[in-house]
Design a protein around this ligand. Structure first.
Ligand code: HDE
Length: 756
C-alpha cells in the first residue's frame, strides 16, 4: 500500500479519527491541495544516480567499508524524519495556535530545520574558492619505476583519483572564464596513503617565498574599500604588486597570454610548479617537475569570447566538464615528469630548480610520460565532494619527497592550517571525499566532528595495554622515510639566493616562444588590463617591466595605452625560444567539440539530420539552433531544437554550420514584426541574432560552413564566402567534413590580423 497514505492514516489515527483539514482546527494538518499541482502520492523508486555520478568509495578509519550506496542519497527510505530519526507528518507548516495564530516556540521541527539551514554555508576557500571536481582513475605506465618506489607509479597500477579545477581570485559564485590562473589539484587515493598534487595550469608562481603569499593575494583580490573588481586582475592593486615585485613578471606574462583564459578545463596543461624529489627503492634521489598534458591539446578562448561567456554562461567550464563526462567523452591527461640529477647546487643547465618562477624548457629536459589520468565520474553532491575536498602538498607517499623550494615550505604549513577554519576542526580527513583508501591507524583522537568510534584505551606508542599496537613500520614495510638530504651548515638569514634575482630572462624566453597571433593576444591583454588601472604611475612602471622583457611587447602595449615606450633598464637576456610553449601549429583530436547547426522550419532538415549524426559519430556535440524551441519537422523524423535564437550565442560553439535558410524568431527582439516590415527584396535577411552569431564566430576565428542556401545568411552577416575557414557547399555533410579538419587546429588562425 501507499506509504504516504499510510502515514496520513496514521496521523488520522493519532488524532483519533478527526477528519483532516484546517477547517477542523487541527494544528499542523496540511491545507487544501493546490488545485493545479497535485502532490505525488504513489511511492516509486527514486531516480538512480546518473551513471557518470558517484560519491567517493572509501574505507573508514577502522578499515571498514562505509556503505557508500546507503550514503548516496540523503532521502533514503520513504518517510521524512527529523535529524534524530523521528518520523514527521508535516514539514510545510509551523506549529501554530490555530491556523491564524502565533507560531509556538515549542515547534522542535521548525527549530531544527531552520537551525540547520542557517549553518549550511561554510567559509569559502580564501583562494581557489570557485572550482569544479570530477572522479577518475589514474593508470601508471611503470616508466617512473626506475626513479621512484611509489607503489602507484609501478607498472600498470590503477589508482582512484579526485581532481578539482579552480580559478584563484574569484569568490565561489564568480564566473568561470575570467583571466586568471587555474588550479589543477589531484588527490590520488593510493594503497600507501593519499598523495595530493596541488598544482596549477601555469608552471611558475608569482612569488619565490611563501611569506609574500598574503601580500600577492591581498593585491589580487578586490579592493578592500568597495570590494571591486570581482575575480579580475585588471585593477591597480594587482598591477602595483606585480610591478613592484618583479619576480612576478613571468607568472603575469603567462596570465596575460592565452593560458589565462582556457577554452575548457579539459584543454589545460597542469604543473606541479615546484621541483620535487623522487626516491627509488635503493634510496637514490632524482629531482623532478610534474606535468599534466591534455590529450585534447592546450586551447584557449579569445578575450572577447571569455568576456561574453561570463555573461552568457558563468558556469561555462564547470558545465563543459560535467557534460563531457556525462556524455562519455572522458577527459584525459598524460602524467609526465622532467627529471634532473639531484646535485648539491640543485640547478639544471644554469636554471635554479628551487626558484618557482622558473621553468625548464622541454627541449632541454623532455617530459617523460608516466601514466594516464581519465576523469570518468561526476560528483553526485557538489558540497560533499567538491567543496569539502581538502588538498595538502604535504600529503605525500613513500617515493615522493619535497625540496627546499621556499614557496613549497610555506605551503606545507598553510594547507592544513586553512582546513581547520574552513572545515571546522582537525578531523576533515574523515569526511568521505578525503578519506584515504589505505587503512588508517593514527592515534589521533577526539576533536570537533569526530566520527570514528575509536576502541581501545591506549592511543600512544609503545603501550602494553592495547596489545602493543600500533607498531611503526620500516622502509621494507612501506613506511614514509624522508630522504636523508644534507642541510648545509649556514647562518640564519632573511635572504634569497642571488640566483633568484633574475626576473626577466625566463619571461623573455616565453615571449620569444610565442607565435605572432599569441603575441598579439598578449599585447591586447596587457593593454586591456593596464587601461583599467587608474594610476598613471602603475602603467608607467608596468611598461618599464615590459621593456625589460622585449621592446616589441613594450611598444605594442605602450601604443595601446597612449604612452611612450621606455628603454630597458637591464640587458635583454640572450635566450633561445622553447617551441613547446606555443599552443598553435598542431592538430588535435576534436572529441567533445561543440558544433552549432543553425537552421529553421524551412531549413535543410535532411542535411541537419545527417550532420547531427556525423557530429555524434565523431564524438562531438551537435546543438541545433532554430527560431523557437520544440521540434522541427514532423513525425518520427522530427528534430529536437537545443537552442533558440534567443538562447544561442556563438561563444558556445567551436564551429557553426548554417543548413538551409534560417528562420526568424518571434520574441523580445520583435524580430518577426521587423521582418514583416521589410521590403520584399530583403525578406531573406535572417534574424539579427543569427547575423550576430555568425559575425562573432567569424571574428573569433571559428570554422563556419553553409549549405543549401545558408550562404545568404553568411553574406548578410558580412562574411565573405572565400574568407579562410569559411566553407560553402551543396551538401551539409560535405561541408561538415571540411569543418572537422579546421576544428583540429582549434581556430582558423589565418583570420587574425597578425597572422595575415
Ligand atoms: Fe595554494 N592554497 N598556496 N598554491 N592552492 C590553497 O588551501 C597557499 C600555491 C593551489 O582545489 C588554500 O585548501 C600558500 C602554489 C590550488 O581545494 C591555501 C601559497 C600553487 C589550490 C593555499 C600557495 C597553489 C590552493 C586555500 C604560497 C600551485 C586549490 C584553500 C606558499 C603549485 C585546491 C585550501 C583545491 C589552495 C595556500 C601557493 C595551488 C590557503 C600559502 C604555488 C590548486 O591553503
Amino acid at each position: 500500500t501507499n506509504p504516504l497514505k499510510r502515514a496520513a492514516d496514521k496521523v488520522a489515527d493519532a488524532l483519533q479519527g478527526t477528519p483532516a483539514g484546517p477547517e477542523n482546527g487541527i494544528p499542523g494538518k496540511p491545507g487544501p491541495e493546490s488545485p493545479t499541482v497535485a502532490e505525488p502520492t504513489e511511492p516509486h523508486e527514486p531516480l538512480p544516480p546518473k551513471p557518470d555520478q558517484s560519491g567517493p568509495d572509501t574505507v573508514s578509519p577502522t578499515g571498514q567499508p562505509t556503505g557508500a550506496d546507503q550514503a548516496r542519497t540523503a532521502q533514503s527510505g520513504s518517510y521524512l524524519t527529523t535529524a534524530q530519526g523521528t518520523r514527521l507528518y508535516d514539514t510545510d507548516h509551523s506549529l501554530k495556535a490555530g491556523p491564524r495564530g502565533p507560531i509556538l516556540l515549542q515547534d522542535h521541527h521548525l527549530r531544527e530545520k531552520i537551525m540547520h539551514f542557517d549553518h549550511e554555508r561554510i567559509p569559502e576557500r580564501v583562494v581557489h574558492a570557485r572550482g569544479a571536481g570530477a572522479h577518475g582513475v589514474f593508470r601508471s605506465y611503470g616508466t617512473a619505476a626506475n626513479v621512484t618506489k611509489a607503489g602507484f607509479l609501478a607498472e600498470d597500477v590503477e589508482t582512484p583519483v579526485f581532481v578539482r579545477f579552480s580559478t584563484v581570485l574569484g569568490s565561489r559564485g564568480s564566473s568561470d572564464t575570467v583571466r586568471d590562473t587555474r588550479g589543477f589539484a589531484t588527490k590520488f587515493y593510493t594503497s600507501e596513503g593519499v598523495f595530493d598534487l596541488v598544482g596549477n595550469n601555469i608552471p611558475v608562481f608569482f612569488i619565490q617565498d611563501a611569506i609574500k603569499f598574503p601580500d600577492v593575494i591581498h593585491a589580487g583580490k578586490p579592493h578592500p574599500d568597495r570590494e571591486i573588481p570581482q575575480a579580475q586582475s585588471a585593477h591597480d592593486t594587482f598591477w602595483d604588486f606585480v610591478t613592484l615585485h618583479t619576480e612576478a613578471t613571468h607568472h603575469t606574462l603567462w596570465n596575460m597570454s592565452d593560458r589565462g583564459i582556457p577554452r575548457s578545463f579539459r584543454t589545460m596543461e597542469g604543473f606541479g610548479v615546484h621541483t620535487f624529489r623522487l626516491v627509488d627503492a635503493a634510496g637514490g634521489t632524482t629531482l623532478v617537475k610534474f606535468h599534466w598534458k591534455p590529450k585534447l591539446g592546450v586551447h584557449s578562448l579569445v578575450w572577447e569570447e571569455a568576456q561574453l561567456v561570463n555573461g552568457m554562461d558563468p558556469d561555462f567550464h564547470r558545465r563543459d566538464l560535467a557534460d563531457a563526462i556525462e556524455a562519455g567523452a572522458y577527459p584525459e591527461w598524460e602524467f609526465g615528469i622532467q627529471t634532473f640529477p639531484d646535485t648539491p647546487d640543485q640547478t639544471f643547465e644554469g636554471i635554479d630548480l628551487l626558484d618557482p618562477t622558473n621553468i625548464v624548457p622541454e627541449e632541454l629536459a623532455p617530459v617523460q610520460p608516466i601514466g594516464l589520468l581519465t576523469l570518468n565520474r561526476n560528483p553526485s553532491n557538489f558540497f560533499a565532494e567538491t567543496e569539502q575536498v581538502a588538498f595538502h602538498p604535504g600529503h605525500l607517499v613513500p617515493g615522493i619527497d619535497i625540496t627546499d623550494d621556499p614557496l613549497l615550505a610555506g605551503r606545507l604549513f598553510s594547507y592544513l592550517d586553512t582546513q581547520i577554519t574552513r572545515l571546522a576542526g582537525p578531523n576533515f580527513a574523515q569526511i568521505p571525499i578525503n578519506r584515504p583508501h589505505a587503512p588508517v591507524n593514527d592515534m589521533l583522537r577526539d576533536g570537533f566532528h569526530q566520527s570514528a568510534v575509536h576502541r581501545g584505551v591506549a592511543p600512544y606508542r609503545p603501550n602494553s595495554l592495547d596489545g602493543g599496537c600500533p607498531f611503526t613500520a620500516g622502509a621494507d614495510m612501506g613506511a614514509y622515510i624522508e630522504a636523508p638530504v644534507r642541510v648545509p651548515e649556514a647562518t640564519k638569514v632573511r635572504e634569497a639566493p642571488a640566483s633568484f634575482d633574475d626576473h626577466f630572462s625566463q619571461p623573455r624566453r616565453f615571449w620569444l616562444s610565442m607565435s605572432p597571433v599569441e603575441r598579439e593576444h598578449i599585447i591586447g591583454a596587457y593593454s586591456f588590463e593596464l587601461a583599467k588601472c587608474y594610476e598613471q604611475a602603475i602603467r608607467e612602471r608596468a611598461l618599464q617591466v615590459l621593456a625589460n622583457i622585449d621592446p616589441e611587447l613594450c611598444a605594442g602595449v605602450a601604443a595601446g595605452l597612449g604612452l611612450p615606450a621606455p628603454e630597458p633598464t637591464v640587458p635583454l637576456a640572450d635566450v633561445a625560444p622553447s617551441p613547446a610553449l606555443s599552443q598553435i601549429g598542431h592538430t588535435w583530436p576534436t572529441d567533445g567539440r561543440v558544433v552549432g547547426i543553425v537552421t529553421g522550419p524551412d531549413g535543410d532538415l535532411d542535411g541537419v539530420r545527417a550532420v547531427r549524426q556525423e557530429v555524434l559519430d565523431g564524438g562531438m556535440v551537435p546543438l541545433v539552433v532554430a527560431p523557437a524551441g520544440g521540434t522541427l519537422g514532423d513525425g518520427a523524423d522530427a528534430l529536437a531544437v537545443q537552442r533558440t535564437y534567443a538562447t544561442a550565442r556563438s561563444v558556445e560553439f567551436d564551429a557553426v554550420l548554417v543548413a538551409g535558410t534560417p528562420g526568424v524568431g518571434a520574441d523580445a527582439f520583435g524580430a518577426r514584426d521587423a521582418k514583416a516590415a521589410l521590403p520584399d527584396a530583403q525578406q531573406a535577411t535572417p534574424d539579427p541574432r543569427v547575423g550576430l552569431l555568425l559575425a562573432e564566430a567569424f571574428r573569433h576565428g571559428k570554422a563556419i560552413g553553409a549549405a543549401k542556401g545558408g550562404e545568404a545568411a553568411l553574406e548578410a552577416a558580412g562574411i565573405p564566402l572565400d574568407a579562410p575557414g569559411v566553407i560553402a557547399g551543396d551538401s551539409a555533410s560535405t561541408v561538415f567534413q571540411q569543418l572537422v579538419q579546421l576544428l583540429g587546429a582549434h581556430r582558423v588562425w589565418e583570420r587574425f590580423p597578425s597572422a595575415a
